[in-house]
Design a protein around this ligand. Structure first.
Ligand code: TLP
Length: 389
């Protein structure tokens, strides 16, 4: 009897082993066939592309991966994750605000800010091409019940005069304006920078009219670096600021919302309502801490490489780069309509292994980040030259 059982066990084991070997073989042969397929068709080629689509594509560093693996964690909804708590304290300190909240994304951070600052039916003033208005799925209206009022900026910057113009005064017909959102750096304007004095002037004007000010500072460290000022100085005039750990700073996930202690306590509740109460999120915060400690200074390399690309592209007749707007890590290239459009340029670039995004029918955006280097930049410039020849 024992003998029979042993045989059955052995047969079962061999079956399992065979299945394991077959599955390994099939994945190895799949990998080989990927590698053999024509360039552009293979998923492996993705690894070789020069990816200028966004700084959101950056991969975590070795130090981040190690910190994530070793993070001491707990349940953050109970306030028991020491790594997350440390990130929130350090992040608040870094931007000179009383408190901070780790959020899942920049979009969630901006939405939580709007929900915390406003009541249903309020009017929120924003730059016409701001990320909050343009790219955040209308969350402020869908979930916050607020109405946006758009202001045309100058390279993304709203002047106090433009704000005053947009504020219509008290009238039974009008919604109550309660918040202004500004964006530094301004993505769609080409990564343009609001100077400290411009932030101060706008905030002063908004506060004088009883409005609060939120800064979408997804790339605020790029802005501070470009100006050569401490980020604290740049965000001091605003009531709240959101910045991303997951863009140029390279963390895999997460953003920070910072403001007064009272504001963050309320924001924490809104984040919970949105499903953003994360449990052992110290695993993510550990990477965020590395981002704050090690990755801020290196943004200067991105700016320098973006300048190099801008200079090189300026020599190519079919594309036009507004070098005045090239202030940080974003390059906008206008495609000559007599040659073609952004779709044509992007397809040509893709065939050359260079990825970018369109910002309209004639505009292509290139974003420089830690995972593209000089060789990628040279490939990009050579590709544009070849395609538009
Ligand atoms: N921007 C992304 C896209 O959504 C367009 C990009 O590739 O640039 N504020 C600003 C100024 C942003 O540029 C972004 C992301 C966000 C907020 C939202 O951040 P996430 O993607 O973390 O929700």
């Amino acid at each position: 009897m024992t003998h029979v059982t042993e045989i059955i066990v052995q047969v079962k084991f061999s079956e399992k082993l065979l299945r394991w070997i077959t599955s390994r073989e099939s994945s190895i042969s799949a990998l080989i066939s990927f590698a053999k397929t024509r360039k552009g068709d293979s998923p492996l080629d993705k690894l070789e592309n020069s990816d200028f689509r966004s700084d959101t594509v950056t991969l975590p560093t070795e130090a981040m991966r190690r910190a994530m693996a070793e993070a001491v964690v707990g349940d953050d909804v109970y306030g028991e994750d020491p790594t997350l708590t440390r990130l929130e304290i350090e992040a608040a300190d870094k931007v000179g605000k009383e408190a901070a909240l780790f959020v899942t994304s920049g979009t969630q951070g901006n939405l939580v800010a709007v929900l915390t600052h406003t009541d249903k039916g309020d009017e929120v003033l924003l730059e016409a091409e701001s990320h909050v208005y343009y790219y955040e799925v209308g969350g402020m209206s869908a979930l916050g019940g607020v109405i946006p009022r758009l202001i045309q900026g100058d390279a993304g910057v709203i002047t106090p005069e433009a704000l005053r113009e947009a504020l219509r005064g008290e009238n039974i017909h009008f919604p109550k304006p309660s918040l202004v959102c500004i964006e530094n750096t301004h993505n769609r304007a080409g990564g343009t920078v609001w100077q400290t004095e411009q932030v101060e002037a706008l905030a002063q004007s908004a506060h004088a009219s009883g409005l609060t000010v939120h800064m979408d500072g997804a790339r605020v460290f790029n802005a501070a670096l470009a100006l050569g000022v401490d980020v604290k100085e740049l965000v001091a005039p605003v009531d709240s600021v959101m910045f991303c750990l997951s863009k140029g700073l390279g963390a895999p996930v997460g953003s920070i919302l910072a403001g007064s202690r009272e504001f963050i306590a309320e924001a924490r509740k809104w984040r919970k309502m949105l499903g953003g109460g994360m449990r052992q999120a110290g695993v993510l915060a550990a990477a965020g801490l590395v981002a704050l400690h090690e990755m801020v200074g290196r943004l200067a390399d991105d700016h320098a490489l973006a300048q190099w690309i801008g200079r090189e592209l300026a020599d190519i007749p079919q594309v036009k780069v507004n070098r005045e707007r090239l202030q940080t890590n974003i390059i906008l290239a206008e495609v000559n309509p007599e040659w073609g459009d952004s779709a044509k340029l992007l397809q040509g670039l893709k065939d050359e292994g260079v990825l970018a995004n369109a910002f309209g029918s004639q505009t292509v955006r290139f974003v420089v980040h830690k995972d593209v280097g000089k060789a990628d930049a040279e490939r990009l410039v050579a590709a544009v030259r070849k395609i538009t020849r």
